[in-house]
Structures are given as structure tokens and as C-alpha cells.
Design a protein. Structure first.
Length: 355
């Protein structure tokens, strides 16, 4: 069963007569289309891909399971949408409540006369959490390339090189290997490594710095996401203590992550382990997130989210400790849930490396 068939089965099961998919991550999951604008009109037994004239050729090449249509100026999208809603005889249309603005809702209501618009959760957000074998293979391929990028970087990580210079090396590596970054890479060193999403700067690496790399790439639209933290020069006892506890939390949470558990319980495990050394107070974000066509795909491993873990899901596991004035450590791997527990898809070594 392909993704379109999975969605149509869900519409039938939930008595949804028609759905407009407008979140571009969901559009890509459903159709394979990777452009920046488009929407899919889906009924339980038919559907259409809609985009504009910039993507006529691209949609024709990428969208295999649906007919694709495009519009050009002076036609507006809502006028184009009205035409296809009418041709498909849609009288009730569910729209993504997290995607369609209030302004769009009101303007569409005026044009789509006779059509009831129903703000609703797009079922794809949940459907795409469970990956097909092909999707897992593509994420795994992206993870292998991310591992290779870290291997490529190792000899370049030394005193005097700047964070921005290392950022450029990451982006060039993925480009040279037929990929693109899946998100803006993080390179943060010294006290700046205490910023979980620190933007790379012109700061040069110095002896005694923690340096954190958070990077990933896309293979045929599917993402990888890996984080490793190193020490420049010889690690102090404090470096070793913080790193060892983060690593213990990460490996313990991966072991605990399996079908049938709840993500918030695994997040709580990370905090209990960090608290053994008084470090939980320095861990302010969730343990992880779903991974797929988006680097932050559907689902969260967090103390605030009731998140059942199921077969076929792919998760990042990324505990971190960020101590202002000292530095930070984050270790992250990508994990797919299997019948025997899970499989780790990222394999770059995790012991503390002194560079």
C-alpha cells in the first residue's frame, strides 16, 4: 500500500469526504513533489495535485500517483482551487487547521460558495510517523552520509579554525556527495557550545573548548540528524564527567526506546540519569523528535507530550547539558523502532574524542 492508498483508507475509515493537503512536508510524503508551493485535493477514491506554473514540469516528473495541474497569473490559487473542487463535486472539504491562516479561511469561504470548509488535523501528520521500508532505507542512507561527513571533518577540527570555516566544509561535503543539508548545521565551541542551537560564528577553536556539531543531509527528500561533541586538546575532569553522564543518558534512553513504551517516560529517564550528577537542570529541551521528510517530523519525545512508540517510527535521541560560562554537550543518534526493539541508524563513534 503506497502513501496515497494509506491516506485514502484513513479518509474512508473516518468518513472524511475530501481533504486538502497543504503542509509541504505532507504534500511531499503523499506525492513525492519537492517544490515550495502546492496542495493536494484528496477524496476516498480520487485526487489531484495542484501547483503553479513554476512547477508544471517538476510536478509532472515527480508526482506519479495523481494527475497534476498548474495555474498561472492572473488566476489566483483560490480560483484554481474552486475549479477543481467543483470538478470533483466536493461539497465538504477538510483543511489543515495548523496550516491555513484565518485570513485564507475567510477569503476561501467567500470564493468556495456552496462548499463547507472544516478545519481539522491533517491525518498525514500521524500517518507519516510510521515509515515504509523504502522510507527507512532512505533515512538510513542519509545517516550513512552524515557519518561520513563527521569522518571527513575530524582532521579539520583543530586550534585556530573558525566555526564558520567548519560550517562551509560541512555544506560543501554534502553538495559534493550529491546531497543537501537537511537543516542549517550547528557548530558551537567553547562557552558558545552552551547554546543548544548556536549559530556558527567567526570564533576560532581554542584548546580546552568543547565543540558541538549538529548536522544532517537529505537523500531523495529524507533527512538525517546527528550530533557529536568533541574536546579540543586534553579533556579536564569536568569535561569527562559531563560528557560521560550525557552519554549514559543517551545510550540508556536508546535501550529503553521500543514499541509499547511512551516517549515522555523515556524523556523522564534521561532527566533521572542526568540528575545523578546534578545536571538535569541544564537540560531544557525535549529528548528527541520524529525524523523523515522533515528533520523535525511529526512526534516529540518530551515530558509534555503523550507519545506512544510504535513499530516503524524513526526518532532522534539527543539529551544535552548546557552550562553557561563553561560549555555544552549533546549526543544524538537516529533510531528506527523494530520488532526486536530498535536499530540505530547513525554510527559515528560516541566515546569522547580529544582532538
Amino acid at each position: 500500500m503506497n502513501n496515497l492508498q494509506r491516506l485514502q483508507a484513513n479518509l474512508r475509515e473516518n468518513s472524511i469526504p475530501a481533504l486538502m493537503v497543504s503542509n509541504m512536508g505532507n504534500v511531499q510524503w503523499l506525492t513525492g513533489f519537492t517544490g515550495s508551493f502546492g496542495a493536494a485535493l484528496i477524496t476516498p477514491d480520487s485526487g489531484r495535485m495542484l501547483t503553479d506554473s513554476r512547477y508544471t514540469v517538476q510536478a509532472g516528473e515527480q508526482v506519479q500517483d495523481l494527475p497534476s495541474f498548474s495555474f498561472a497569473s492572473p488566476t489566483s490559487f483560490v480560483e484554481f482551487l474552486h475549479r477543481h473542487v467543483s470538478e470533483l463535486d466536493i461539497s465538504t472539504l477538510h483543511i489543515d487547521e495548523s496550516q491555513v491562516t484565518v485570513g485564507s479561511y475567510h477569503s476561501w469561504t467567500k470564493v468556495l460558495k456552496g462548499v463547507t470548509l472544516v478545519p481539522d488535523e491533517d491525518p498525514i501528520h500521524k500517518l507519516r510517523m510510521v515509515k515504509t521500508a523504502r522510507e527507512v532505507a532512505l533515512v538510513q542512507e542519509a545517516c550513512q552520509l552524515a557519518d561520513a561527513c563527521l569522518e571527513f571533518l575530524l582532521p579539520k577540527i583543530k586550534v585556530g579554525v573558525t566555526e564558520n570555516e567548519l560550517l562551509l566544509e560541512i555544506e560543501l561535503f554534502f553538495r559534493r556527495n550529491g546531497s543537501v543539508i537537511s537543516f542549517p548545521p550547528i557548530v558551537a565551541s567553547g562557552e558558545r557550545s552552551a547554546r543548544p542551537h548556536g549559530v556558527p560564528s567567526d570564533k576560532p577553536l581554542e584548546t580546552g573548548d568543547f565543540v558541538t556539531f549538529d548536522l544532517g543531509c537529505k537523500i531523495q527528500g529524507y533527512c538525517s540528524d546527528i550530533t557529536r561533541t568533541f574536546v579540543i586538546g586534553k579533556a579536564t575532569e569536568r569535561h569527562k564527567e559531563v560528557y560521560a553522564q550525557v552519554l549514559k543518558a543517551e545510550t540508556s534512553c536508546i535501550e529503553a526506546l521500543k514499541a509499547g513504551v511512551n516517549g515522555r517516560d523515556v524523556d523522564a529517564l534521561a532527566r533521572r540519569i542526568l540528575d545523578e550528577k546534578g545536571l538535569a537542570k541544564y537540560f531544557g529541551h525535549g529528548l528527541g523528535h520524529g525524523l523523515g521528510t522533515l528533520v523535525h517530523d511529526s512526534g516529540r519525545l518530551s515530558s509534555t507530550v503523550d507519545q506512544p512508540i510504535e513499530l516503524g517510527q524513526i526518532w532522534t535521541v539527543e539529551p544535552g547539558v548546557y552550562i553557561e560560562g563553561f560549555g555544552g554537550v549533546r549526543i544524538e543518534d537516529d533510531v528506527v523502532i523494530t520488532e526486536t526493539g530498535n536499530e540505530i541508524l547513525t554510527h559515528f563513534p560516541k566515546e569522547l574524542l580529544e582532538l
